[in-house]
Design a protein around this ligand. Structure first.
Ligand code: TMP
Length: 258
């Protein structure tokens, strides 16, 4: 038996060579980091939940015409994706003030923003992912003007769709982060949505209680991380009512050494 080739290991995911050229396998780990990996931990079962939640959201986005790298889920922790060249820009969409914008601009957490804000951060761990302007992106050639136009357009469509999706299950979509990649088709490339959409990269607050149901539970030492992620999966209809099926199954697999 030959071991499959690892292409890349990030903080929360591993990419392996896929079964066909142009595909990769995206594996979701339980590792959690915050503050540019200064804080590290494990959230047992997170990878299973994020795989499922991201599959669900990417599939729905596909149905409204947002192109994504997602092909299909393979098992509890893995999905088959299209290989892309990741554009080194983290795209953050904000509807409500929280996190870094609160610190940077002194706005009170929870303030509804009068309009949606899109921010760009240059993906570079050594630099701590600094915020950049369109001018930096154009000047240093990280993405073309046309690509940035498509990215901003898709970010707004994803936001509109996800605001509705989450409002329908009693959750306020505060902010989230997206990543995009170039998908090559012969001589042409087009930008598609890549990475993942899960409570790791979104802020999701219960609409009535204000409870945080996302990675801020880990960042702020609030506890109950896995329960929060599970609550999101449950409300999205991905877990049978009153059961922790995904996690129980995962434990079962681990105990059998699979
Ligand atoms: P921020 O308020 O810390 O700038 O984060 C904005 C959103 O982006 C929040 O939902 C968390 C997400 N995010 C990531 O997914 N990865 C990151 O490295 C950072 C800094 C934020």
């Amino acid at each position: 038996m030959t071991r499959r080739r690892q292409i890349y290991e990030g903080k929360a995911k591993i990419l392996y060579e896929g079964p066909e050229p142009g595909t990769l396998i995206q594996y979701f780990k339980d590792d959690a980091t915050a503050f540019n990996a200064q804080k590290k931990g494990t959230i047992n079962g997170k990878g299973v939940l994020n795989n499922r939640i991201s599959e669900h959201i990417f599939t729905l986005l596909g149905t409204i015409g947002v192109p994504t790298h997602f092909i299909r889920r393979l098992n509890m922790r893995e999905q088959l994706i299209r290989q892309v060249e990741i554009i080194p820009i983290e795209v953050v969409v904000r509807n409500v003030a929280a996190g870094s914008i609160v610190k940077r601009l002194g706005i009170e957490e929870g303030t509804q923003l009068p309009r949606t804000i899109i921010e760009y951060y240059y993906k570079d761990d050594a630099l701590g992912d600094p915020m950049v302007a369109d001018e930096h992106i154009a000047c240093f050639g990280w993405a073309s003007q046309e690509e940035m136009h498509d990215i901003a357009d898709m970010a707004i469509r994803v936001n509109d769709f996800m605001c509705g999706l989450f409002a329908g299950i009693g959750i306020r979509l505060v902010d989230f982060k997206l990543e995009f990649g170039r998908f090559f088709d012969n001589d042409y490339s087009r930008v598609i949505l890549a990475d993942e959409i899960s409570p790791d990269g979104c802020r999701l607050w219960d609409m009535t209680t204000g409870e945080k149901l996302d990675k801020d539970r880990f960042r702020q030492d609030l506890g109950g991380e896995v329960e929060a992620y599970q609550e999101i999966a449950r409300r999205l209809g991905l877990l049978p009512e009153g059961e922790n099926m995904v996690l129980d199954l995962d434990k079962h697999r681990k105990s059998k050494g699979k």
